[in-house]
Ligand binder design. Structure first.
Ligand code: ADP
Length: 300
């Protein structure tokens, strides 16, 4: 079973003629309101990729919270670990230009009240996988990683948005997933000279940190390393419609594959397909592919 501890938001996305400068107002014809948040997106991605998935997080006592919850339920995610805080449900305001560039502001709201303690000990054990991101308080993430690891669960962290990882917490992680930017910031914070290419160092990093390190490379695919092996996959050749949620699709599908004991290479291939398919439709959660679609695409 996958236990996702993370954020739940509502995303308000507006298509505008161009991105505004400070102080400027730009007009757009319409907007869409969709469920988002890296935690919720990755929970849906894992559930669609075939894993039994439970989400643990915090929403507000408001309409956005009810919408976020209902959406997860529709996708077959167990929402029993989602509580109500005193702040409003998290909300992202997204402006998208005709060139698909975006500007995003996120009000964390109730995500700031998320508590790792709501992942109870009886659910943490050798058969469970904890999947986390960095949109909830850092201290909660590191504490849950420590407790989950001590109880024999697999711990997967998507370091997004990027934050320094306390060196003592690295030993609590089994898998660390970053995009290229996050990987660069991480290796600099760990003492590598600025400007070093993390892709060149991935094998050495996995060995030094004693974990599986995955770097997503957008339209170039992805690379993964354990302390002893390195794998690379090329991205699928596609014409992306909207790349929002590609990283979340990747993390959810990768973790779902690991949870059913797929070896790293197979997990990487499936996550790479899921990431590409998520770029083929608008919106973060609606575009996430199902396991059968991922498997069919792998064989084609
Ligand atoms: P993030 O959204 O976190 O920045 P990436 O942009 O690296 O993450 O995308 C995550 C994964 O999604 C990539 O590793 C790749 O598998 C897939 N992907 C992203 N963009 C494309 C693209 N343009 N073409 C094909 N696959 C893509």
């Amino acid at each position: 079973m996958i236990l996702v501890f993370g954020s739940l938001n509502m995303d308000l996305a507006l298509s505008v003629e161009r991105l505004p400068k400070p102080g400027e107002t730009v007009l757009g014809p319409s907007y869409v309101l969709t469920p988002g948040g890296k935690g919720a997106n990755q929970a849906v991605a894992a559930a669609r990729a075939g894993a039994e998935t439970r989400m643990i997080g915090t929403i507000g006592d408001d309409e956005f919270g009810r919408m976020a919850l209902a959406s997860l339920q529709r996708q077959g995610v167990d929402v029993g670990g989602i509580g109500k805080g005193t702040k409003p449900t998290g909300c992202a305001a997204i402006l998208v230009s005709p060139q698909a560039e975006n500007q995003i502001g996120v009000a964390s709201g109730a995500n700031l009240e998320a508590k790792g303690d709501n992942v109870h000990n009886d659910r943490l054990g050798p058969g469970s996988t904890v999947l986390m991101q960095m949109e909830v308080p850092e201290a909660e993430v590191w504490a849950l990683a420590k407790r989950a690891k001590a109880r024999g669960a697999r711990v997967v962290l998507n370091l997004a948005p990027v934050r320094p990882v306390p060196p003592a917490s690295l030993k609590d992680l089994d898998v660390l997933i970053c995009n290229e930017h996050e990987a660069s910031v991480l290796i600099t914070s760990l003492g590598a000279p600025a400007g070093r290419d993390p892709n060149q160092m991935i094998g050495a990093l996995a060995k030094a940190l004693g974990l599986t390190f995955v770097i997503t490379l957008g339209a170039k695919g992805a690379i993964a390393a354990t302390p002893t092996e390195v794998w690379m996959v090329d991205a699928l050749q596609i014409k992306p419609v909207d790349t929002t949620g590609a990283g979340d699709a990747f993390c959810g599908a990768f973790t779902a594959a690991l949870d059913r004991r797929t070896p790293i290479q197979g997990a990487l291939e499936r996550a790479n397909v899921a990431g590409a398919l998520a770029c083929m439709a608008l919106g973060a959660q609606e575009a996430l592919p199902r396991r059968q679609t991922i498997e069919e695409k792998l064989l084609s």
